[in-house]
Structures are given as structure tokens and as C-alpha cells.
Design a protein around this ligand. Structure first.
Ligand code: SAH
Ligand code: SF4
Ligand code: F3S
Length: 439
């Protein structure tokens, strides 16, 4: 029996790609093991979004340098970006495959199995999406479904169009079949994935757009929660808010990356929207009948970002009052348009801006979370924290709500259940509460 080990870096797309790679390997008779030492095949599914992420990959490759007799593979975004250069930087690597070539993974494995030691899958002109008859999902309640791969935008800072190629949507039939199959085996939460889900276009004659697909997935019998990520503000239509209003299973939560609060910086980033256009979408979301939580991504220190631009981003946080944010220091990336703009904002200044941003957001989150004390929230129970004796739940708004139950219960009685929990305390990053129902 051949064994493999896989380590995954990066976004949910990568996490889900790994689930599909694992399924593909298991179908070919490989068994997954939990440490590289035990494995015949060691895979790193990599991320290249910022320099640090890429450095981590080469560090891990270096740590596995003396792994004699093993096949070492680099998958994902660093594989696509660096291509055959990886063989020079880390000569012990045998397999380099970008995500656009995963539909050919089977053939590439055949080459490895017959003893080839420099195997690559680096073509980016694929029209295929990566669909496998078997995907190995670890979480028995929440499942990812890819609806669109690649990205046709060209944000000036971003490597993704170079690492994942152009946009390819799956047919609505194949997405719906997967959703139904998942519901039939007990999954109740689905997360639709794509770098830009809003530009989903059903390639079949049905021709659905994203809002139609979203609503249809939300109507599958047995599905109680549907989330989606990521939305690009430019393509985010009012029809998505209308779909959320109409369909209870669509979660009260939208991630809408803004990147900057300054129209000037947004133009330099080639984001294709102004601050006002972004705010119009926020108004649609705030005007919903549902109470939709909002989150975003922000980059500080993009070339040319002045103190005034940065203040506009801080001001945007006050105006929107996000429920959570992901914030990053600008990191110059290979091939991207912004490389020609230089990287003149010193590291310490980027750090200062990041800290200010995060402190402001922390205060906003404390305020927003505190407003929920006394309310009842439905949670999906995801785990148990034995050190605190609390169950870990997640609300429709994607907040973590840790709670104590009315009586001691077994994990299998609780995990995967939907329960009403009364919120008793709030912190910046989570809520705490009590569930009165004896399961
Ligand atoms: N497709 C998604 C984002 C993918 S990357 C979207 O369009 O929003 C996730 C986040 O990483 C981005 O939203 C951005 O905030 C951040 N990011 C991307 N490239 C970056 C870079 N070069 N430096 C710093 N942060 C970056
Ligand atoms: Fe990158 Fe922009 Fe595409 Fe998002 S939309 S993946 S930030 S290029
Ligand atoms: Fe990273 Fe690639 Fe995702 S660069 S964030 S793993 S698309």
C-alpha cells in the first residue's frame, strides 16, 4: 500500500482542492498518513498570496530535504507561479502541479508511479474544472462546493490570476447534483467557493447567474445553511441581497472585500469601483430584512497610500461597522501590475497602520458583539472545548458562540446539531452563552 502526507496552506479554495486531491489519491489506492516521515509521497499544497506564505513553503521543503526514497510534490499557487524553477530552488522536489492541471492529476501520478522524477502540470489554458468522483471531506456537517475556478480580474497587487488562470464556471446541474448528494448523506451546511463567486455564469443552456444558483442550493431539501466566498464588490448585484431576503437558509453573512477606503487607492489597485459604489452595496446589505453580518479584507501600505488615504480606510470602518475584518500589509508579488509602483512605505509604517486599523476594529467588534447579549441565536454545534467545558457553536452570522449545555451530553449527541443558545457575554472575537435545551 502506498501512503501519502499532505499539508495545506492558503485559502478555502486550497483546503477544498486538497480534499479533492486526497479523494483522487485514495481512489488510486494511496492511504493518508499524519506525518511526512511515514509517507511515500509528501505533498505541499501551497499559497503565494503574500511573500511570507511563499517563504513558509520553501522552509517546509527545506525541512524535508533529507527524506530519502520519498516523492516530494509541490501543488497549488507557488507551484504554478514558480514552475520548473522549484526544481532549481529545491532539487529534491519531484512533482510540481498548479491547480489548473489537477484534472490531469491521475495521469501525472502514473508518471510518478513508473519512476519519473521531474513531473510537471503547469498548463494554465485549461477549460476544465477539477471535479472528482470522490472528495474526502473531513467535516461531516459542513461541505465546500467549488462553483467557479480562476479569476479574470486584474487587481494590481494580486497573484491569483497568474496562479489559478482564467475563470471557469461549473454547470448548474453539476453543482446542484453535488449539493443534493451532500444533503442526502447528512451535510447541512454548504459553502460555495470561488475567487469571485459573483461572476459565476452557468455554462449550460440554463444560464443561471450566481443569485439564481445561490437560491437553488438554498432550497435543496436538508440544507440548513449556505455560505459563499468570495464576492467582488464590482460584480455584487442587488439580486444577491434579494435572494438572501427570500431564502432563509442563506446565511446572514456576506464577506465583501473592500481593500481600501480611498477611491484614489482603489483606482491604483485596479479594483474597478469607487468608495461610493462600494458603500451603495453596503446600503443594500444593511437595507435587507435580515440582519446581515459583514466582513471584509483590507490591505495597508499599498504603494502611494498617503496618511490621508489611510484615514479614509479608518473612516470606512466607522461607517460600515464590520463584524470582522482580515487585514494585511501590502506585499509585492511576482508578475503583478503594482510591482512597477515600487514598495516605498516602510515596514514600520505598514505595521503602525495595521495596528491602528486592528485596534479600531477591535472596539467596533466589542460594541457589536455586546449588542447581542440577551438575544437567542441558533448555532450549529461544531466542537467541544474540554479545557473550558464549553461547546463551540457558530451562528448564521458566522460568530463563534461558546456555550454550556443544560446537561452533560456526548459529542455525538451534540456535534452537528442546531440549537438555540442565549447569549450571556461578549468579547471582541466571540460570544458566550447557555443552551437551555436538554439534548
Ligand atoms: N478573491 C478574493 C481574494 C483573494 S486573496 C477577492 O477578490 O477578494 C485574499 C486577500 O488577500 C485579498 O482580499 C487581499 O486583501 C489580500 N491580498 C491579496 N494580495 C495581497 C498582497 N499582494 N499583499 C497583501 N495582501 C494581499
Ligand atoms: Fe485577486 Fe482581485 Fe481576483 Fe480577488 S478579484 S483573486 S483580489 S485579482
Ligand atoms: Fe493563496 Fe492561491 Fe488561495 S495564492 S489565497 S492559495 S488562491
Amino acid at each position: 500500500m502506498k501512503s501519502f502526507y499532505i499539508e495545506t496552506f492558503g485559502c478555502q479554495m486550497n483546503v477544498h482542492d486538497s480534499e479533492k486531491v486526497i479523494g483522487t489519491l485514495e481512489r488510486r489506492g494511496y492511504a493518508q498518513v499524519q506525518s511526512p516521515d511515514e509517507a511515500d509521497l509528501v505533498l505541499f499544497n501551497t499559497c503565494s498570496i503574500r511573500d511570507k506564505a511563499e517563504q513558509k513553503v520553501f522552509q517546509r521543503l527545506n525541512e524535508n530535504k533529507r527524506a530519502k526514497g520519498k516523492v516530494i510534490g509541490v501543488l497549488g499557487c507557488v507551484a504554478q507561479q514558480e514552475g520548473e524553477k522549484i526544481f532549481e530552488k529545491a532539487p529534491h522536489v519531484n512533482l510540481v502541479v498548479g491547480s489548473a492541471s489537477y484534472p490531469k492529476l491521475g495521469e501525472l501520478l502514473v508518471q510518478i508511479e513508473r519512476g519519473d522524477r521531474r513531473v510537471t502540470g503547469l498548463s494554465l489554458d485549461s477549460d476544465d474544472t477539477f471535479e472528482t468522483p470522490m472528495t474526502r471531506r473531513d467535516n461531516p456537517h459542513r461541505a465546500y462546493i467549488t462553483i467557479i475556478e480562476g479569476c479574470d480580474k486584474s487587481c494590481a497587487y494580486c497573484v491569483v490570476p497568474f496562479t489559478r488562470g482564467h475563470e471557469r464556471s461549473r454547470t448548474s446541474d453539476s453543482v446542484m447534483n453535488e449539493a443534493r448528494q451532500l444533503a442526502a448523506v447528512g451535510y447541512s451546511e454548504i459553502q460555495l467557493l470561488g475567487q469571485n463567486v459573483n461572476s459565476y455564469r452557468d455554462p449550460s443552456p440554463a444560464g443561471w447567474n450566481f443569485a439564481q444558483l445561490l437560491e437553488a442550493v438554498g432550497s435543496v431539501q436538508g440544507i440548513r445553511r449556505v455560505r459563499f466566498t468570495t464576492s467582488h464588490p464590482r460584480d455584487f448585484g442587488k439580486d444577491i441581497v434579494d435572494a438572501i431576503d427570500r431564502t432563509e437558509t442563506l446565511c446572514n453573512m456576506v464577506h465583501l472585500p473592500v481593500q481600501s477606503g480611498s477611491t484614489h487607492v482603489l483606482a491604483a489597485m485596479q479594483r474597478q469601483y469607487t468608495r461610493d459604489e462600494y458603500m451603495r452595496r453596503i446600503e443594500w446589505l444593511k437595507g435587507s430584512k435580515r440582519s446581515i453580518a459583514l466582513s471584509t479584507d483590507i490591505i495597508v501600505g499599498f504603494p502611494g497610500e498617503t496618511e490621508e488615504d489611510f484615514q479614509m480606510t479608518l473612516d470606512l470602518l466607522d461607517q460600515v461597522e464590520y463584524d470582522s475584518i482580515f487585514s494585511f500589509k501590502y506585499s509585492p508579488r511576482p508578475n503583478t501590475g503594482a510591482l512597477s509602483l515600487g514598495d516605498h512605505i516602510p515596514e514600520e509604517e505598514k505595521g503602525r497602520r495595521l495596528t491602528m486599523l486592528q485596534e479600531k476594529q477591535r472596539a467596533i467588534q466589542i460594541r457589536r458583539n455586546s449588542a447581542l447579549v440577551g438575544t437567542e441565536q441558533e448555532v450549529l454545534v461544531e466542537g467541544f472545548n474540554s479545557s473550558t467545558g464549553q461547546w463551540i457553536g457558530r451562528t448564521s452570522q458566522n460568530r463563534v458562540l461558546n456555550f454550556v449545555a443544560a446537561r452533560q451530553a456526548l459529542r455525538e449527541e451534540m456535534i452537528g446539531k442546531y440549537l438555540p443558545v442565549r447569549v450571556t457575554r461578549a468579547g471582541p472575537n466571540s460570544l458566550a452563552g447557555e443552551c437551555a435545551i436538554a439534548v
